[in-house]
Design a protein around this ligand. Structure first.
Ligand SMILES: Nc1ncnc2c1ncn2[C@@H]1O[C@H](COP(=O)(O)OP(=O)(O)OP(=O)(O)O)[C@@H](O)[C@H]1O
Length: 560
């Protein structure tokens, strides 16, 4: 997806069929309007100047009513089609961006502000709907209807044609000039909205800390100040919108008045007939009508341009390497994972976090990786998970015979991060995140293995108990055991846990460590930790220090 207007052009082609239907229906409605005005002018002229009675005009009045009803129906259908096009484009784009962000992964999204992705996915994509549903059909009508009316007027009166043909193009020209200025204000408005969204989210998340440090008032004042800036910019946007409308109305009224004055003078001099004059005066306001409608939705295009830039920025985030999954199915069971001469870091050209690391993680073993804070343990886990691409070397899954396993072996990984995210929902919902089809028996078996069954059953509604975001109703140890259960429900061949006992009291730590031990048979289990309770369970130990990965003997265990 490209940025700016090209991105918007892409949107128009996405809207496709429904937008086409809307434009065709609007075109038909415009043709009906012209016919309607011709019939009306004829009726009025005949009643006024041909001394026809109302009865004589009944047939034409019937036509007029039919045209009115037909046009109303066409306009309604066109609006429905345009709204459907807008909805479909927004839904499809939202799904595309979400799918892309899933492929980008948490590491690629780390540089985004807290609320940026959320604001773009909600308000940003919402801003594209009016662009497709209103702006595009009206832009099409702006090309069709004035030309249709101009052709009609050209056949009726040369002077009126000249006036309309000269004044009409002034309006889009003026609007483009005003729009150029409005774009800068809208860019500022969007940046302020992002800042406001992110700051408000940060404020809510850090409320406890801010209160404890006595900074809650200052933080609230800062958010209020940002909200006020946003309000001011919104008012500037509206000012520009009103200015555009006022200019449009001025030019349109001037042009219609000119047509009326020129016709009036010729009528008085007897150089024009009433029916033609009346019809041209009926047609003249309709000539400007699409411009008015277009102007009313012009800000939709500017909103959409700004929003599309944000969407394009999200779509431009590079995908995590594992996201490009091998096409073929997994063949063979994974018996080991080998890291061969692995180097990796975060900044291109910067010092690598890991250099020439080689090791093997074996099935039926609990391998523990230790190292000081910042040494690179999480980085090693990210390489195993495929969230980070190595700058050199590779990670391969091996079968019993030591041959590389083809296919998407990373699908068989169960992952418990340092700070497990437990989204809103019941305990069962959270556990089924990676295995939507898992029945209650499977959930119970996994919970028993992770030593979580007793506390889950003690909750007021057991597996159906709702727990808040990040497990608000759970203790730290319970949340971690729940995260371990969630990983086990998938019955992973490889289980990776990053600091699974951090912040836990000795009793909870012991229980989680034992639960991990129970999960080892039949699996490759890899754990990073600083804690002795887990180190004591290890079959194999590695230490990360100074970018190097080296095995530790069991006698070095106590010092680890
Ligand atoms: N997303 C990132 N972008 C840039 N640098 C990073 C990123 N994540 C980690 N680092 C850097 O890489 C180095 C290793 O970090 P890593 O998280 O792997 O250490 P760790 O051993 O897991 O530490 P801890 O025990 O504190 O979790 C650190 O210097 C850290 O600043």
């Amino acid at each position: 997806m490209r940025t700016g207007d090209s991105g918007l052009t892409g949107l128009a082609s996405r809207a496709g069929r429904w937008l086409g239907v809307a434009v065709v229906l609007n075109g038909a409605a415009a043709a009906m309007l012209v016919l309607q005005l011709i019939v009306l002018a004829r009726i009025v002229a005949d009643l006024a100047f041909q001394s026809h009675g109302f009865g004589a005009e009944a047939g034409r009045a019937g036509w007029l009513a039919a045209l009115l009803a037909g046009r109303a129906l066409l306009v309604w259908l066109a609006d429905m089609a345009a709204a459907t096009a807008g909805m479909k484009v927004a839904t499809a784009l939202r799904a595309d961006v979400l799918a892309h962000l899933l492929r980008v992964g948490p590491l690629g999204m780390a540089g985004l502000g807290a609320g940026e992705a959320v604001t773009t996915l909600t308000d940003g994509i919402d801003a594209l709907e009016p662009y497709v549903a209103h702006y595009l059909p009206r832009a099409a009508m702006m090309a069709v209807m004035p030309l249709m009316i101009l052709a009609c007027v050209a056949g009726l009166d040369g002077w009126s044609f000249a006036i309309l043909a000269c004044t009409g193009p002034l309006i889009p020209l003026f609007m483009a000039l005003v729009g150029y200025r409005a774009q800068a204000i809208m860019d500022r408005q969007w940046t302020q909205l992002l800042l406001l969204g992110s700051s408000f989210l940060d404020f809510l998340q850090g409320m406890t800390t801010l209160r404890l440090f006595g900074h809650a008032r200052q933080a609230a004042a800062a958010v209020a100040c940002m909200a006020d800036d946003y309000r001011r910019t919104t008012l500037s946007v509206m000012r520009v919108a009103f200015l555009t409308s006022a200019a449009l109305e001025f030019f349109a009224s001037l042009s219609i008045a000119l047509v009326a004055v020129v016709f009036g003078a010729r009528l008085l001099a007897g150089h024009a007939d009433f029916r033609t004059a009346f019809l041209v005066l009926l047609l003249a306001p309709e000539y400007f009508m699409p411009l008015r409608a277009f102007s009313a939705s012009y800000h939709a295009r500017q909103n959409a341009t700004v929003a599309m830039r944000r969407v394009a920025a999200l779509l431009a985030l590079p995908e995590a390497p594992a996201a490009v999954a091998p096409a073929e199915p997994l063949r063979g069971a994974v018996a080991a994972i080998a890291c061969a001469d692995l180097s990796a870091g975060y900044d291109a050209g910067g010092a690598p976090v890991l250099e020439h690391a080689s090791c093997q993680f074996l099935r039926d073993e609990l391998t523990v990786v230790v190292g000081e804070s910042g040494a690179g343990k999480t980085t090693l886990m990210r390489l195993l998970l495929g969230l980070l691409a190595p700058s050199a070397g590779r990670v391969v899954a091996l079968d019993e015979g030591g041959q590389a396993v083809a296919g998407p072996w990373r699908d068989r990984i169960g992952w418990v991060p340092q700070r497990p995210c437990l989204p809103f929902g019941t305990v069962a919902d959270i556990l089924r995140l990676g295995a939507p089809d898992a029945d209650l028996a499977r959930l119970r078996a996994a919970a028993a293995q992770a030593d979580a069954l007793a506390f889950i059953e003690a909750l007021p509604q057991g597996f159906d108990t709702p727990v808040g975001e990040r497990g608000a109703r759970l203790s730290g140890g319970q949340a971690r055991r729940l995260a371990l259960t969630r990983a086990l429900v998938r019955d992973p061949a490889i289980l990776i846990l990053d600091e699974p006992t951090a912040d836990l009291d000795p009793e909870s730590e012991k229980r989680v460590a034992e639960a991990i031990r129970h999960a080892v048979p039949g699996r490759i289990v890899i754990v990073t930790t600083h804690r002795q309770a887990v180190i004591a369970q290890a079959d194999r130990l590695f230490s990360v220090a100074g970018g190097a990965l080296r095995p530790l003997s069991i006698s070095e265990r106590a010092a680890a």
